[in-house]
Design a protein around this ligand. Sequence first.
Ligand code: PMV
Length: 336
Amino acid sequence: MKRISWKSPSNIALVKYWGKHGVQLPANPSISFSLNHCYTETSIQLHEGGTGIQSFHFEGEAKPSFIPKLQTFLDRVNPLLPWLSDFGLEIHSKNTFPHSSGIASSASGMSALALCLADAHAAMHGEEIDRQLASELARLGSGSACRSVYGGFTVWGETAHITGSSDHFALPLLDIHPEFMDLQDTILLIDSGEKQVSSTVGHGLMDGHPYAAARFEQARDHVGRLKDILSNGDFMELADLIEREALTLHAMMMSSDPHFMLFKGGSVSVISRVMEIRATGEPISFTLDAGANVHLIYPATYADKALDIIRSEFLGYCQDGAYICDSVGKGPTKIS
Ligand code: PMV
């Protein structure tokens, strides 16, 4: 079969997925948007008669150390793609964002690979690619990756607020106010070091966490509220909700056993200042991943002002003054 290539974005969660059970099933629903510039390009080549992952190259270099993780992923997707056991798989991958930026590449990486496999599945059956299948495959690689197979805003996890929602795959959210379709995300690279807590360990911290039940309930409520806010376009309501989400994610880590503190001094200085600026009526807000970097979220109409603030007040907190300007993206594309 000929080479199949896809490019797929990273995403940023506004309602966070933190806690899982079974095989990559979320403890609560989450909502994110796909980014526009931070993505992974992956191509696969299937070799008939071979078996398993035959090679993995990242940015042109052979990386045999990644193979066991990819093989686990392949074993997990086998029930959905039984034909795959008759082929060997050669994978080449590269990211558009710096490897050491502290930006999680699992969402873009796993979604790009899942899209290649779903595409191969479609080709074999003479069908169009099934994004829902791609999303389910991506989830088996990395939970949040299942939200990256679509553009715009996405929901993952069963919720009474969204018909058809599922713990097994993500769905696109279609009723989005036009002002939010080009929402900006400027990622301040405050700490580009190795992740202090891996995702697996992080999710595990919610098992037996004293506040877990209340947190999952809050996330379920936030998904319903965010869905309404995304359609009515009220930025100040969005800001209030996403900041509470981001700070709750970190509060969960600070209060788990063992406990972690992923903020750096710069993260705290930036987020306090953003809250201060917004209190004067300016449309700027933030969210956080499980790390020290701050994602500044603001409407496109505020971009000039936001960039002035970033350059005059926040650059000193960024490692080597580095930041990435991104925004809501249109989602993955096939590379011919
Ligand atoms: O997909 P994972 O297992 O890397 O977990 C992602 C967790 C967060 O990024 C912190 C939140 C989210 O919903 O993306």
